[in-house]
Design a protein around this ligand. Structure first.
Ligand code: DX5
Ligand code: ZN
Length: 209
């Protein structure tokens, strides 16, 4: 299982602490991009990110919690991210976004919020590279894991096997050494506060492995 570390909960010396995080054995850096419209929080602009990640080398896993998806893809494609994930709830034309990411050669992720039923994802499963199951309401770090997310992970895993889909399953929010046990069928877990609230990031990561 891979770990994508979110730095959303790091409150001071962001650049220095991200560089410490970048030196651990995490698999991805998870960038939580919020526009203050899709969620009622605003985080990092592309200019902020270029500054704070200038010395970071880990592959980037961009999570767009924004309404104007194409605009933010145009901003963040400059980072050559591994994945760009957008919310199905944020667009009425997911195929347009999927085709645009494909054109750019960036791996395509789709995310759904906890209350969004899994079935609206079905038409896209054969053409996307990643599904991000939100196990908290998007907008903030440090929230509690929502158990109903486990059913979505397990259901997607069955569908993937039955249909030979090749998307990866990522789960995001409230992951710690206990809740991770429910996520055995996920390929990537996003972990923020459980890692960054401590002062020894690698020690926290080792508890998750
Ligand atoms: C929430 C973000 C998550 C969050 C995870 O909107 O998408 O990535 O930062 O943080 P923790 O692990 O603290 O729940
Ligand atoms: Zn996220």
């Amino acid at each position: 299982m891979k770990i994508s570390a979110s730095f959303l909960s790091i409150k001071e010396n962001l650049k220095g602490n991200i560089e410490l995080l970048d030196k651990t054995n995490i698999d991805y850096l998870h960038l939580d991009i919020m526009d203050g419209e899709f969620v009622d929080n605003i985080t990092y602009s592309i200019e902020d990110i270029k500054k704070i990640l200038s010395n970071a080398n880990k592959p980037k896993d961009v999570h767009l919690m924004v309404n104007n998806v194409i605009k933010y893809i145009d901003d963040f494609k400059q980072l050559n991210p591994e994945f760009i994930t957008f919310h199905l709830e944020a667009t009425n034309n997911p195929i347009e976004v999927i085709n645009y990411l494909k054109e750019l050669g960036i791996k395509i992720g789709i995310s759904i919020k906890p209350k969004t039923p899994i079935d609206i994802l079905l038409p896209y499963l054969s053409v996307i590279d990643l599904i991000l199951i939100m196990s908290v309401e998007p907008g903030r770090g440090g929230q509690d894991f929502i158990m109903s997310s486990v059913d979505k992970i397990n259901y997607l895993n069955v569908l993937r096997e039955e249909n030979n889909y090749n998307f990866v399953i990522e789960v995001d929010g409230g992951i710690n050494d206990k809740t991770i046990k429910h996520c055995k069928n996920a390929d990537i877990v996003v972990v923020g506060s459980y890692i960054t609230n401590g002062n020894d990031y690698q020690k926290q990561i080792n508890k998750l492995k």
